[in-house]
Design a protein around this ligand. Structure first.
Ligand SMILES: Nc1ncnc2c1ncn2[C@@H]1O[C@H](COP(=O)(O)OP(=O)(O)OP(=O)(O)O)[C@@H](O)[C@H]1O
Ligand SMILES: [Mg+2]
Length: 450
C-alpha cells in the first residue's frame, strides 16, 4: 500500500509568487490531481524527503511538480497550473485534501462526513466544500496521521478520539464505525480568531470609555466575570481584556478546550482531559484550578465556569489570587451571580447557602454582560460593580450601560450608545493607582438588588 502523505506537520502559508491568493487549490481537476499524485510519488525519494524540514519539503515538492507539469502535463492556463500544483503538494504534505480548507481563514469549522462529503462553515454558513478524499482508505490515512501526532490511537476498539493539530491547535474529533454508521467522521474546529480591543471598539461591541474602564479594572486586579449567552462573545472579550494584564505577572489559564491566546510572556496553559475509553484518566477543570494554586500564579484565568470548580475559583479569588477572570453562561449580571452560587453549591463542600452567597459577594467585583443582537452583532449591554459584601443581599451598581435610543434598525437591531457612569467611591479608590481618571459619585445609590 502506498502512502500518499509524507512527514508530519502541515504548512498553512502561501508563497505569494507561485501561488497567487485568488487561486483556490479546490479548483484543480480531480482526475489530474490523482494522476499527478502518482507521478510525484514515482519521482521523489521518500527517505531523502523525510530528512527535510517542512519548508524545504514543500519547496522540493513544488519544484518537482512544476517540472512534472511542464514536461508531462496537458496544456494548462497558468491559473490551472497553479491550482494543480497547489493541491497535489497540499495533499502530499500534512492533512492532504483538508490543507486548503485549514488554510482558509474564512472557514471556522470543517466537517468530514465520509470520504466524499466534506462540509465547511464559512462566514457562519454551512456549505459543501469542493474537495473530497479519493476513497475511504485515504481518509483513514489522514485520520491516522492526525491521531498519531498526539500519540493516540483510533480503531475499532477505541473508536472516538479528541486530538489537536500541532501547529495552530485546531480541535479535532474523530469517530469511526461501528459507532458512526456511515463511515469515519471528522470534525475540526479552527482556533477562534482573537480580536483586539480596538477591533471590538470598532465593531461596536463596546466603546472606548468602557474599554478604558474595564482595562483599569483588570490592571487593578479586580475579579471579573464575563457573562452572556451561548456564542455571545464571552471568550473573545475575556481574551481581549487579558491584554491589560501586566507582562510581569505569571498567568495560569485553565480551559476545557484551549481557545484563549494570551499575549504575555509568562503564561501557563492548562487543558482538562476527558476520561479515556476505560473511563480512566479524567482531569477536570476543578482538578486544574486546585493544582494551579500550587503553581504560584499571579492570575488565574478560567475559560468558563460550569461546575463545582466555581467554588474553588471563588475561594482562590478570595484568598490572594485577585485579578482572576472567567466567563459564565447567564442572561443578566444578577443571574450570573445566582448561577455562580448554584454552580458553587455543586462542589462537594457542603456549605450552607448563606456561606456560598458570602463567597460570591466577596469574590466577584465586576460583571460584564454581553448580548447578541438579531443581526449577529455582539455588544456589552452593561458592566456592573458588585457593591454588596459579606452576607448582604446582592447589590449591583452599573458602571457602564448601553443606553437605547428610540430607533430600531431594519433587522430589528436596537440602536443606542454606550455610556460610562460615575463610579462608586469604593471602586474609584481601587482604580486610583492605575492613573486613569473617572467621574466619581460618592453617594452612588444601589440600583439593583436581589
Ligand atoms: N465582539 C464580537 N464581534 C464579532 N464577532 C465576535 C465577537 N465576539 C465573538 N465573536 C465571534 O463569535 C463566535 C463566538 O465567540 P466566543 O467563542 O467568544 O463566544 P462565547 O460566548 O465564549 O461562546 P460559548 O458560549 O461557546 O462559550 C466566534 O466565532 C467569534 O469570533
Ligand atoms: Mg466561550
Amino acid at each position: 500500500m502506498r502512502r500518499n502523505t509524507f512527514g508530519a506537520g502541515s504548512v498553512r502559508q502561501s508563497d505569494p509568487e507561485s501561488r497567487p491568493d485568488n487561486v483556490l487549490a479546490e479548483e484543480a481537476d480531480d482526475a489530474l490531481v490523482a494522476d499527478f499524485r502518482e507521478k510525484l510519488l514515482d519521482e521523489i525519494d521518500l527517505t531523502e524527503l523525510s530528512k527535510l524540514d517542512l519548508t524545504q519539503r514543500r519547496a522540493r515538492l513544488e519544484r518537482v511538480m512544476t517540472h512534472l507539469v511542464a514536461s508531462k502535463g496537458p496544456l494548462l492556463s497558468s491559473r490551472e497550473r497553479t491550482a494543480l500544483i497547489r493541491r497535489v503538494v497540499a495533499e502530499a504534505l500534512g492533512l492532504g485534501v483538508l490543507e486548503p480548507l485549514l488554510a482558509d481563514d474564512a472557514i471556522t469549522e470543517i466537517m468530514v462526513n465520509g470520504p466524499d462529503q466534506i462540509f465547511v462553515e464559512r462566514n457562519g454558513q454551512v456549505q459543501l466544500a469542493n474537495v473530497r478524499f479519493v476513497n475511504n482508505e485515504q481518509l483513514l490515512q489522514t485520520i491516522d496521521r492526525i491521531v498519531s501526532q498526539v500519540n493516540r490511537r483510533v480503531d475499532e476498539s477505541s473508536p472516538m478520539v479528541d486530538a489537536r493539530l500541532p501547529e495552530r491547535g485546531e480541535r479535532v474529533n474523530v469517530i469511526l464505525p461501528p459507532l458512526s454508521l456511515d463511515g469515519p467522521v471528522v470534525t475540526i474546529r479552527k482556533f477562534p480568531r482573537a480580536f483586539t480591543l480596538e477591533e471590538l471598539i470598532g465593531n461596536g461591541t463596546l466603546d472606548a470609555d468602557t474599554a478604558r474602564l474595564l482595562g483599569a479594572c483588570v490592571r487593578a486586579k479586580l475579579n471579573i466575570l464575563v457573562s452572556g449567552g451561548t456564542g455571545s462573545g464571552k471568550t473573545t472579550l475575556l481574551n481581549s481584556l487579558s491584554a491589560f494584564i501586566p507582562d510581569r505577572e505569571r498567568i495560569v489559564t485553565i480551559e476545557d478546550a484551549a481557545e484563549l491566546s494570551l499575549q504575555q510572556n509568562h503564561v501557563i496553559r492548562l487543558e482538562s482531559r476527558p476520561p479515556n475509553v476505560e473511563g480512566k484518566g479524567q482531569v477536570t477543570i476543578r482538578d486544574l484550578v486546585r493544582n494551579s494554586l500550587r503553581m504560584r500564579p499571579d492570575r488565574i484565568v478560567v475559560g468558563e465556569v460550569r461546575g463545582g470548580e466555581t467554588m474553588d475559583m471563588l475561594s482562590a479569588m478570595n484568598t490572594g489570587h485577585e485579578g482572576s477572570l472567567t466567563t459564565i453562561h447567564a442572561n443578566s449580571p444578577i443571574e450570573a451571580l445566582s448561577r455562580a452560587e448554584t454552580l458553587a453549591s455543586m462542589s462537594d463542600l457542603e456549605l450552607p447557602f448563606a456561606a456560598v452567597q458570602e463567597q460570591v459577594n466577596n469574590a466577584i467585583d465586576i460583571i460584564v454582560q454581553l448580548d447578541r443582537g438579531p443581526t449577529g452583532s455582539r455588544r456589552v449591554s452593561e458592566a456592573v460593580y458588585v457593591a454588596s459584601k459579606g452576607r448582604e443581599p446582592y447589590r449591583l451598581q452599573p458602571i457602564s450601560v448601553f443606553e437605547l435610543d428610540d430607533s430600531v434598525g431594519p433587522n430589528g437591531e436596537l440602536h443606542g450608545r454606550h455610556r460610562i457612569r460615575a463610579l462608586p467611591l469604593a471602586l474609584a479608590r481601587r482604580l486610583r493607582h492605575t492613573g486613569e481618571e473617572f467621574v466619581v459619585n460618592p453617594e452612588a445609590a444601589p440600583e439593583e438588588s436581589a
